[in-house]
Design a protein around this ligand. Structure first.
Ligand SMILES: [Zn+2]
Ligand SMILES: [Zn+2]
Length: 166
């Protein structure tokens, strides 16, 4: 494969970052990641996890209400919180999310001024799509990688150098 072909497009790149963020999730029922991007700059990232200094679902079990785990803040909310804590305006930005938002998160992103959502085709039965469409937020659905995110370490220059220097 040529170098040109293996270089990810911007949407793919940021969605992969969202997948990476999702690896930090602490609720075994759902691993979700969110990256907020404007003008190709990452403004904030988030994953679904417990409140700071609170126990994790994976350690003490989920906290189920109406068949949903309510212990964690969702990835989108945590990304918004991170932006708020660091006083970063995310107005007009794009949200890269590994899973389609729940209804609540879609409303929060819309209220914060998100203009575009890029998500894997994985769809959850919520009112998110309706809210996004009503708010004229563009929804882009991308195909999830089949089995793995390829890092192609053989062509990774730094890895080659460190391998040689051993
Ligand atoms: Zn949980
Ligand atoms: Zn949510």
């Amino acid at each position: 494969m040529s170098k040109e072909k293996s270089r990810p497009k911007w949407d793919e790149y940021f969605l992969k970052l969202a997948m990476l963020a999702s690896e930090r999730s602490t609720c075994p029922r759902m691993h979700c990641g969110c990256v907020l991007v404007k003008d190709r700059f990452v403004l904030a990232t988030g994953y679904n996890g417990s409140l700071p200094h609170q126990p994790h679902c994976e350690d003490i079990g989920c906290l189920i209400v109406d068949n949903h785990c309510v212990r964690t803040n969702h990835a989108e909310i945590n990304a918004l919180v991170q932006a708020a804590v660091h006083r970063v305006s995310i107005k007009g930005s794009t949200a890269y999310i590994t899973n389609m938002s729940c209804t609540t998160c879609s409303k929060a992103l819309i209220a914060a001024g998100i203009k575009r959502v890029v998500v894997f085709t994985d769809f959850h039965d919520t009112l998110a799509t309706k809210f996004y469409v009503d708010a004229k937020v563009e929804i882009v659905k991308m195909k999830m990688p089949d089995t793995e995110i390829k890092y192609d370490l053989k062509n990774y220059i730094s890895a080659q150098k460190s391998e040689k220097s051993k």
